[in-house]
Design a protein around this ligand. Structure first.
Ligand SMILES: Cc1cc2nc3c(=O)[nH]c(=O)nc-3n(C[C@H](O)[C@H](O)[C@H](O)COP(=O)(O)OP(=O)(O)OC[C@H]3O[C@@H](n4cnc5c(N)ncnc54)[C@H](O)[C@@H]3O)c2cc1C
Length: 348
Protein backbone atom coordinates (compact mmCIF):
# COMPACT_ATOMS: atom_id res chain seq x y z
CA UNK A 1 0.00 0.00 0.00
CA UNK A 2 1.29 3.48 -0.90
CA UNK A 3 -0.59 6.35 0.65
CA UNK A 4 0.00 9.96 1.69
CA UNK A 5 -2.00 11.33 4.64
CA UNK A 6 -1.97 14.28 7.01
CA UNK A 7 -2.42 12.17 10.16
CA UNK A 8 -1.72 8.52 10.90
CA UNK A 9 -3.73 7.56 14.00
CA UNK A 10 -2.79 4.52 16.07
CA UNK A 11 -5.74 3.06 18.00
CA UNK A 12 -9.49 3.05 17.37
CA UNK A 13 -10.78 3.32 20.92
CA UNK A 14 -12.94 6.32 21.80
CA UNK A 15 -9.89 8.64 21.72
CA UNK A 16 -8.61 7.66 18.25
CA UNK A 17 -12.15 7.42 16.84
CA UNK A 18 -13.39 10.84 17.92
CA UNK A 19 -10.11 12.46 16.94
CA UNK A 20 -10.21 10.86 13.46
CA UNK A 21 -13.88 11.79 13.05
CA UNK A 22 -13.18 15.43 13.94
CA UNK A 23 -10.13 15.59 11.63
CA UNK A 24 -12.22 14.23 8.75
CA UNK A 25 -14.91 16.86 9.49
CA UNK A 26 -12.18 19.47 9.07
CA UNK A 27 -11.11 17.96 5.71
CA UNK A 28 -7.84 16.36 6.80
CA UNK A 29 -6.71 13.06 5.32
CA UNK A 30 -6.33 10.40 7.99
CA UNK A 31 -5.42 6.73 8.20
CA UNK A 32 -6.33 4.70 11.29
CA UNK A 33 -4.64 1.53 12.48
CA UNK A 34 -6.12 -0.70 15.14
CA UNK A 35 -5.22 -4.20 16.24
CA UNK A 36 -8.87 -5.07 16.96
CA UNK A 37 -8.62 -6.49 20.43
CA UNK A 38 -11.38 -5.73 22.95
CA UNK A 39 -10.38 -2.32 24.34
CA UNK A 40 -11.24 -0.20 27.40
CA UNK A 41 -13.73 1.87 25.41
CA UNK A 42 -15.74 -1.24 24.46
CA UNK A 43 -15.74 -2.60 28.01
CA UNK A 44 -16.58 0.75 29.65
CA UNK A 45 -20.06 1.52 30.92
CA UNK A 46 -19.83 4.95 29.30
CA UNK A 47 -21.17 6.59 32.44
CA UNK A 48 -21.04 10.38 32.60
CA UNK A 49 -21.40 11.61 36.16
CA UNK A 50 -20.42 15.22 36.88
CA UNK A 51 -20.23 14.87 40.71
CA UNK A 52 -18.20 11.98 42.10
CA UNK A 53 -16.30 10.58 45.07
CA UNK A 54 -16.96 10.49 48.81
CA UNK A 55 -16.66 14.29 48.95
CA UNK A 56 -19.13 14.84 46.11
CA UNK A 57 -16.69 16.84 44.00
CA UNK A 58 -17.77 18.47 40.77
CA UNK A 59 -15.50 17.52 37.86
CA UNK A 60 -13.03 20.30 37.05
CA UNK A 61 -14.11 22.17 33.93
CA UNK A 62 -17.48 20.36 33.82
CA UNK A 63 -19.26 23.46 32.49
CA UNK A 64 -17.13 23.17 29.32
CA UNK A 65 -16.71 19.38 29.07
CA UNK A 66 -20.33 18.30 29.49
CA UNK A 67 -22.04 20.55 26.89
CA UNK A 68 -19.30 19.67 24.41
CA UNK A 69 -19.75 15.92 25.01
CA UNK A 70 -23.53 16.14 24.67
CA UNK A 71 -23.24 18.19 21.50
CA UNK A 72 -20.71 15.79 19.94
CA UNK A 73 -22.76 12.67 20.75
CA UNK A 74 -25.89 14.35 19.46
CA UNK A 75 -24.15 15.22 16.17
CA UNK A 76 -22.91 11.62 15.83
CA UNK A 77 -26.39 10.28 16.68
CA UNK A 78 -27.87 12.52 14.02
CA UNK A 79 -25.30 11.46 11.41
CA UNK A 80 -25.59 7.72 12.07
CA UNK A 81 -29.34 7.83 12.84
CA UNK A 82 -28.76 6.01 16.11
CA UNK A 83 -29.04 7.40 19.60
CA UNK A 84 -25.70 6.86 21.39
CA UNK A 85 -26.05 9.00 24.52
CA UNK A 86 -28.92 8.38 26.93
CA UNK A 87 -29.66 10.77 29.80
CA UNK A 88 -30.57 8.67 32.87
CA UNK A 89 -31.23 9.66 36.46
CA UNK A 90 -28.57 8.58 38.95
CA UNK A 91 -29.57 7.90 42.55
CA UNK A 92 -26.74 7.93 45.02
CA UNK A 93 -27.32 5.90 48.17
CA UNK A 94 -26.19 7.94 51.19
CA UNK A 95 -23.73 5.68 52.98
CA UNK A 96 -23.03 7.58 56.22
CA UNK A 97 -23.60 10.82 58.15
CA UNK A 98 -20.40 12.34 56.78
CA UNK A 99 -21.67 11.95 53.24
CA UNK A 100 -25.04 13.42 54.21
CA UNK A 101 -23.30 16.43 55.74
CA UNK A 102 -21.18 16.90 52.63
CA UNK A 103 -24.33 16.81 50.48
CA UNK A 104 -25.95 19.49 52.66
CA UNK A 105 -22.80 21.64 52.35
CA UNK A 106 -22.79 21.24 48.57
CA UNK A 107 -26.37 22.51 48.40
CA UNK A 108 -25.08 25.83 49.78
CA UNK A 109 -22.80 26.18 46.73
CA UNK A 110 -24.84 27.56 43.80
CA UNK A 111 -22.61 25.88 41.18
CA UNK A 112 -23.67 22.45 42.49
CA UNK A 113 -27.40 23.06 42.07
CA UNK A 114 -27.26 22.20 38.37
CA UNK A 115 -26.03 18.74 39.33
CA UNK A 116 -27.70 17.82 42.64
CA UNK A 117 -31.39 17.74 43.45
CA UNK A 118 -32.10 19.68 46.66
CA UNK A 119 -34.54 17.08 48.05
CA UNK A 120 -33.35 13.74 49.42
CA UNK A 121 -35.32 10.91 47.79
CA UNK A 122 -37.06 8.10 49.67
CA UNK A 123 -35.97 4.67 48.42
CA UNK A 124 -38.39 2.38 46.61
CA UNK A 125 -39.17 -0.83 48.58
CA UNK A 126 -36.54 -2.88 46.68
CA UNK A 127 -33.65 -0.74 47.92
CA UNK A 128 -31.92 -0.66 51.28
CA UNK A 129 -31.02 2.98 51.83
CA UNK A 130 -31.90 4.05 55.39
CA UNK A 131 -30.20 7.46 55.04
CA UNK A 132 -31.98 8.23 51.77
CA UNK A 133 -30.92 8.84 48.17
CA UNK A 134 -29.33 11.85 46.52
CA UNK A 135 -30.71 12.45 43.06
CA UNK A 136 -27.92 13.57 40.74
CA UNK A 137 -28.69 15.59 37.62
CA UNK A 138 -27.18 15.68 34.12
CA UNK A 139 -26.04 12.06 34.29
CA UNK A 140 -26.21 9.50 31.49
CA UNK A 141 -24.45 6.78 29.54
CA UNK A 142 -22.73 6.56 26.19
CA UNK A 143 -23.30 3.33 24.23
CA UNK A 144 -19.68 2.92 23.23
CA UNK A 145 -19.90 -0.38 21.34
CA UNK A 146 -22.45 0.69 18.69
CA UNK A 147 -20.73 4.09 18.38
CA UNK A 148 -17.29 2.57 17.78
CA UNK A 149 -18.72 -0.02 15.37
CA UNK A 150 -20.46 2.65 13.30
CA UNK A 151 -17.35 4.82 13.24
CA UNK A 152 -15.27 1.84 12.16
CA UNK A 153 -17.74 1.16 9.29
CA UNK A 154 -17.54 4.81 8.32
CA UNK A 155 -13.71 4.75 8.28
CA UNK A 156 -13.70 1.49 6.32
CA UNK A 157 -16.02 2.94 3.67
CA UNK A 158 -13.66 5.89 3.36
CA UNK A 159 -10.81 3.38 3.01
CA UNK A 160 -8.90 4.96 5.85
CA UNK A 161 -8.97 2.04 8.33
CA UNK A 162 -6.51 -0.81 8.62
CA UNK A 163 -6.90 -3.76 11.01
CA UNK A 164 -3.37 -4.58 12.04
CA UNK A 165 -0.84 -4.11 14.82
CA UNK A 166 1.36 -1.05 14.51
CA UNK A 167 4.85 -2.42 14.88
CA UNK A 168 7.02 0.42 16.20
CA UNK A 169 10.17 -0.95 14.56
CA UNK A 170 8.69 -0.43 11.09
CA UNK A 171 8.36 3.32 11.53
CA UNK A 172 10.90 5.38 9.63
CA UNK A 173 11.55 8.76 11.20
CA UNK A 174 14.05 9.81 8.54
CA UNK A 175 13.08 12.92 6.53
CA UNK A 176 9.36 12.21 6.35
CA UNK A 177 7.39 9.69 8.40
CA UNK A 178 6.59 6.42 6.74
CA UNK A 179 5.16 3.16 7.98
CA UNK A 180 4.60 0.19 5.69
CA UNK A 181 4.07 2.42 2.64
CA UNK A 182 1.96 5.03 4.41
CA UNK A 183 3.53 8.49 4.41
CA UNK A 184 2.18 10.83 7.07
CA UNK A 185 2.90 14.40 8.08
CA UNK A 186 2.17 13.51 11.70
CA UNK A 187 1.43 10.42 13.79
CA UNK A 188 -0.95 10.55 16.74
CA UNK A 189 -0.75 7.69 19.20
CA UNK A 190 -4.11 6.85 20.85
CA UNK A 191 -3.18 3.44 22.22
CA UNK A 192 -4.94 3.56 25.60
CA UNK A 193 -3.03 1.60 28.24
CA UNK A 194 -0.76 0.06 25.62
CA UNK A 195 1.08 3.37 25.44
CA UNK A 196 3.37 1.79 28.01
CA UNK A 197 4.86 -0.24 25.12
CA UNK A 198 5.41 2.83 22.94
CA UNK A 199 9.16 3.53 22.72
CA UNK A 200 8.62 7.32 22.39
CA UNK A 201 5.95 7.91 25.03
CA UNK A 202 6.47 5.19 27.61
CA UNK A 203 8.38 7.71 29.75
CA UNK A 204 5.06 9.39 30.70
CA UNK A 205 3.87 8.60 34.23
CA UNK A 206 0.78 6.50 33.60
CA UNK A 207 -0.85 4.92 36.63
CA UNK A 208 -2.96 2.28 34.93
CA UNK A 209 -6.00 0.85 36.69
CA UNK A 210 -7.66 -2.45 35.90
CA UNK A 211 -11.45 -2.57 36.05
CA UNK A 212 -13.95 -5.42 35.94
CA UNK A 213 -17.61 -5.16 35.02
CA UNK A 214 -20.54 -7.63 35.02
CA UNK A 215 -23.67 -7.83 32.83
CA UNK A 216 -26.94 -9.50 33.89
CA UNK A 217 -30.44 -10.29 32.72
CA UNK A 218 -33.29 -10.34 35.25
CA UNK A 219 -36.57 -12.29 35.12
CA UNK A 220 -38.34 -9.65 37.18
CA UNK A 221 -38.66 -5.91 36.44
CA UNK A 222 -35.70 -3.83 37.61
CA UNK A 223 -35.56 -0.26 38.88
CA UNK A 224 -35.27 2.24 36.00
CA UNK A 225 -32.67 4.58 37.56
CA UNK A 226 -28.92 4.20 37.74
CA UNK A 227 -27.57 3.68 41.25
CA UNK A 228 -24.33 4.68 42.90
CA UNK A 229 -23.45 2.84 46.11
CA UNK A 230 -19.66 2.97 45.96
CA UNK A 231 -20.09 0.85 42.83
CA UNK A 232 -22.69 1.61 40.14
CA UNK A 233 -25.74 -0.17 38.72
CA UNK A 234 -26.83 0.74 35.18
CA UNK A 235 -30.18 -0.55 33.86
CA UNK A 236 -30.78 -1.07 30.15
CA UNK A 237 -33.84 -2.25 28.16
CA UNK A 238 -35.23 -5.79 28.46
CA UNK A 239 -34.45 -6.11 32.19
CA UNK A 240 -30.75 -6.12 31.57
CA UNK A 241 -28.22 -4.27 33.71
CA UNK A 242 -24.49 -3.86 34.30
CA UNK A 243 -22.62 -3.40 37.57
CA UNK A 244 -19.12 -2.20 38.17
CA UNK A 245 -16.52 -1.38 38.22
CA UNK A 246 -13.61 -2.55 40.33
CA UNK A 247 -10.53 -0.30 40.44
CA UNK A 248 -7.07 -1.80 40.88
CA UNK A 249 -4.08 0.47 40.48
CA UNK A 250 -1.09 -0.84 38.53
CA UNK A 251 -2.62 -4.20 37.59
CA UNK A 252 -2.21 -4.63 33.83
CA UNK A 253 -3.82 -7.87 32.81
CA UNK A 254 -7.27 -8.11 31.22
CA UNK A 255 -8.34 -11.35 32.90
CA UNK A 256 -11.71 -11.48 34.66
CA UNK A 257 -11.29 -12.74 38.25
CA UNK A 258 -13.59 -14.64 40.65
CA UNK A 259 -12.67 -12.22 43.43
CA UNK A 260 -13.90 -9.15 41.54
CA UNK A 261 -17.04 -10.99 40.45
CA UNK A 262 -17.91 -12.03 44.01
CA UNK A 263 -17.17 -8.55 45.41
CA UNK A 264 -19.34 -6.80 42.83
CA UNK A 265 -22.24 -9.20 43.34
CA UNK A 266 -22.08 -9.12 47.16
CA UNK A 267 -22.05 -5.30 47.23
CA UNK A 268 -25.09 -5.12 44.94
CA UNK A 269 -27.05 -7.65 47.00
CA UNK A 270 -26.52 -5.61 50.17
CA UNK A 271 -28.46 -2.66 48.76
CA UNK A 272 -30.75 -4.46 46.29
CA UNK A 273 -31.48 -7.97 47.69
CA UNK A 274 -34.41 -8.85 45.42
CA UNK A 275 -32.12 -8.80 42.36
CA UNK A 276 -30.44 -12.03 43.51
CA UNK A 277 -32.12 -14.21 40.89
CA UNK A 278 -30.66 -12.25 37.94
CA UNK A 279 -28.43 -14.27 35.64
CA UNK A 280 -24.88 -13.28 34.84
CA UNK A 281 -24.46 -12.91 31.05
CA UNK A 282 -20.98 -11.41 30.74
CA UNK A 283 -17.86 -10.64 32.78
CA UNK A 284 -15.29 -8.28 31.24
CA UNK A 285 -12.04 -6.71 32.35
CA UNK A 286 -9.82 -4.04 30.83
CA UNK A 287 -7.35 -1.31 31.75
CA UNK A 288 -8.10 2.38 32.24
CA UNK A 289 -5.39 4.69 30.83
CA UNK A 290 -5.13 6.61 34.10
CA UNK A 291 -2.28 9.04 34.81
CA UNK A 292 -0.42 9.93 37.99
CA UNK A 293 -1.85 13.46 38.18
CA UNK A 294 -5.27 12.34 36.80
CA UNK A 295 -5.04 14.71 33.79
CA UNK A 296 -4.85 13.56 30.14
CA UNK A 297 -1.57 13.24 28.22
CA UNK A 298 -1.84 15.34 25.06
CA UNK A 299 0.83 16.90 22.88
CA UNK A 300 4.02 16.70 20.92
CA UNK A 301 7.03 14.50 21.59
CA UNK A 302 9.84 16.69 23.02
CA UNK A 303 12.38 15.52 20.40
CA UNK A 304 10.50 13.97 17.46
CA UNK A 305 8.30 16.90 16.46
CA UNK A 306 5.97 14.91 14.18
CA UNK A 307 5.01 12.36 16.86
CA UNK A 308 2.03 13.17 19.11
CA UNK A 309 0.02 11.51 21.84
CA UNK A 310 -3.69 11.76 22.73
CA UNK A 311 -4.26 9.58 25.77
CA UNK A 312 -4.65 9.41 29.56
CA UNK A 313 -8.42 9.86 29.80
CA UNK A 314 -8.55 7.55 32.82
CA UNK A 315 -12.03 6.63 33.97
CA UNK A 316 -13.71 9.61 32.29
CA UNK A 317 -13.15 9.12 28.58
CA UNK A 318 -16.82 9.64 27.61
CA UNK A 319 -16.89 13.04 29.28
CA UNK A 320 -13.44 14.33 28.33
CA UNK A 321 -12.57 13.00 24.86
CA UNK A 322 -15.09 15.11 22.85
CA UNK A 323 -13.79 18.43 24.20
CA UNK A 324 -10.11 17.51 24.15
CA UNK A 325 -10.22 16.11 20.61
CA UNK A 326 -11.44 19.52 19.40
CA UNK A 327 -8.99 21.39 21.62
CA UNK A 328 -6.12 19.23 20.34
CA UNK A 329 -7.04 19.75 16.67
CA UNK A 330 -7.23 23.52 17.23
CA UNK A 331 -3.67 23.24 18.52
CA UNK A 332 -2.49 21.03 15.63
CA UNK A 333 -4.16 23.06 12.91
CA UNK A 334 -4.06 26.64 14.20
CA UNK A 335 -1.32 26.57 16.83
CA UNK A 336 -3.83 27.48 19.56
CA UNK A 337 -1.95 26.84 22.83
CA UNK A 338 -2.69 23.58 24.60
CA UNK A 339 -4.17 23.76 28.07
CA UNK A 340 -1.12 23.39 30.34
CA UNK A 341 -2.97 20.95 32.61
CA UNK A 342 -3.15 18.37 29.81
CA UNK A 343 0.00 19.21 27.80
CA UNK A 344 2.67 16.50 28.18
CA UNK A 345 5.21 19.31 28.52
CA UNK A 346 4.20 19.41 32.20
CA UNK A 347 6.16 16.15 32.58
CA UNK A 348 9.92 16.68 32.65
C1 LIG B 1 -14.05 -1.59 33.49
C2 LIG B 1 -13.99 -0.18 32.95
C3 LIG B 1 -15.09 0.66 33.13
C4 LIG B 1 -15.04 1.96 32.65
N1 LIG B 1 -16.14 2.74 32.81
C5 LIG B 1 -16.16 3.99 32.30
C6 LIG B 1 -17.32 4.80 32.40
O1 LIG B 1 -18.35 4.38 32.93
N2 LIG B 1 -17.27 6.05 31.87
C7 LIG B 1 -16.16 6.53 31.23
O2 LIG B 1 -16.17 7.67 30.75
N3 LIG B 1 -15.04 5.78 31.13
C8 LIG B 1 -15.01 4.53 31.65
N4 LIG B 1 -13.88 3.77 31.54
C9 LIG B 1 -12.68 4.39 30.96
C10 LIG B 1 -12.73 4.45 29.45
O3 LIG B 1 -12.76 3.14 28.98
C11 LIG B 1 -11.48 5.19 28.92
O4 LIG B 1 -11.40 6.49 29.44
C12 LIG B 1 -11.50 5.33 27.40
O5 LIG B 1 -12.26 4.34 26.80
C13 LIG B 1 -10.09 5.27 26.85
O6 LIG B 1 -10.15 5.28 25.45
P1 LIG B 1 -8.82 5.12 24.59
O7 LIG B 1 -9.23 5.25 23.17
O8 LIG B 1 -7.79 6.06 25.12
O9 LIG B 1 -8.27 3.65 24.90
P2 LIG B 1 -8.81 2.24 24.38
O10 LIG B 1 -10.27 2.19 24.33
O11 LIG B 1 -8.11 1.19 25.18
O12 LIG B 1 -8.31 2.16 22.87
C14 LIG B 1 -6.95 2.02 22.51
C15 LIG B 1 -6.90 1.29 21.17
O13 LIG B 1 -5.56 1.30 20.68
C16 LIG B 1 -5.29 0.04 20.10
N5 LIG B 1 -3.82 -0.17 20.06
C17 LIG B 1 -2.94 -0.04 21.08
N6 LIG B 1 -1.69 -0.31 20.67
C18 LIG B 1 -1.78 -0.60 19.35
C19 LIG B 1 -0.82 -0.97 18.35
N7 LIG B 1 0.48 -1.06 18.62
N8 LIG B 1 -1.27 -1.24 17.10
C20 LIG B 1 -2.60 -1.13 16.79
N9 LIG B 1 -3.54 -0.77 17.70
C21 LIG B 1 -3.14 -0.52 18.95
C22 LIG B 1 -6.02 -0.92 21.03
O14 LIG B 1 -6.21 -2.17 20.42
C23 LIG B 1 -7.32 -0.16 21.28
O15 LIG B 1 -8.29 -0.47 20.31
C24 LIG B 1 -13.89 2.45 32.00
C25 LIG B 1 -12.80 1.60 31.79
C26 LIG B 1 -12.84 0.29 32.27
C27 LIG B 1 -11.67 -0.60 32.03
Amino acid sequence: MLKQVDYLIIGQGLAGSLLAWELIQRNYKVHIIDQQQENASQVAAGLINPVTGMRLVKNENIETLLPCAKQQYQALSHFFKNSFYQEKTLLRIVRNDKELKKYQQRLQEPSYLDFLNTELQTPSPELIAPLGLIQQKQTGTLDTVPLLNQLKDFFQKKQCYQATTFDYQDLSLENDLSWQGIHAKKIIFCEGYQAINNPWFQYLPFQLAKGEILSFRSDIPIIPQMLNYGRWFIPSPNQQFRIGATFENNVIDTLPTEKAKNDLIATLHKIYPSIKSAQLTNHQANIRPTTLDKAPFIGQHPKHKNLYIFNGFGSKGSLKIPFYSQHFIDYLADNTPLDKRVDINRVI
